[in-house]
Unconditional design. Sequence first.
Length: 379
Amino acid sequence: METKDIAPTLEKIYKTAGDFLPLNGTDYVEFYVGNAKQAAYYYRTAFGFQPLAYSGLETGNRETTSYVVVQDKIRLVLTSPMNSAHPINQHLAKHGDGVKIIALWVDDARKSFEETTKRGAKPYQTPQVSKDADGEVITSGVYTYGETVHLFVERKNYNGTFLPGYKAWNSTYKTEPVGLKFIDHMVGNVGWNEMNTWVDYYEKVMGFINLLSFDDKDISTEYSALMSKVMSNGNGRIKFPINEPAEGKKKSQIEEYIEFYEGQGVQHLALATDNIIDTVTQLQSRGIDFLRVPQSYYEEVLNRVGHIDEDIKKLAELGILIDRDDEGYMLQIFTKPVEDRPTLFYEIIQRKGAQSFGKGNFKALFEAIEREQALRGTL
Ligand code: FE2
């Protein structure tokens, strides 16, 4: 059960990381959805996101409608097509609701496009300048796994609410934020024997580093098995674990995702909070369903992780999981899929020193996923 390839220290890695693609952080994540208005209501009501910007008929956009919601540093864009001829329909018919664009905030979108495409990235969009009264934004984009895209967003000469073409979205409907702060990591599911292809892609094309690896001995046992490698950019602000199915006694959860998403795509967004007990209490009261582990997990967990500041009874009541590494501990919990298809879900995470991803919870978690798969008839 040892983790392979653990890098000596994160700082050391970051210092030696390639810098041909400096990334300031995640700019936004755009979902293609069947009904952007209702999706925005869900993220506002259930997850406590706040209205930020809007594009649609009222802004002169007759092709698509987009609602942008925000919570601290997390920006989500929910986009639907406005007519049957729009190409987003094909994406929706094939994949259902899901992540299309992981937008990355850069200082130079032209250079980002040039550096990645010359290393073999498949172009999605050549550099484009868009302007309005608040300045200009330059975007460019490349494909990653499946039909998922990385859009490079250069906004240093822009002072508007979001992007040109959007107007500020004011609403009298108010919801309280639940304490979500930033995107800790975003996980991609890829097909059989594809993980190393995409690890290579992030290393060679994007200048990322492989921080951690989990093989099937770590994560499969008899449970819905997978292999995973965590890719990080040079400054550590962007972390993309990549999952591949592995052979187990039951169908891999990754295979189930790929079957229902009809391809490779984003499996989960991990959203960070400073107070997971408060955040999860609020999310549960607003109707978010989480995976649950048996109460026996809590009888043993403190032997594994040692002292924690939180009340273990409270964590048990909410179903929050705990793990520890050399640098500290972390608390995490996973939602059930947030669409009808068993595809994308969310992780809520609070790090108290630990920089790892919860390997100690894999077994309990995968048994919980397996119980859900059994209910869906997809094992
Ligand atoms: Fe995660």
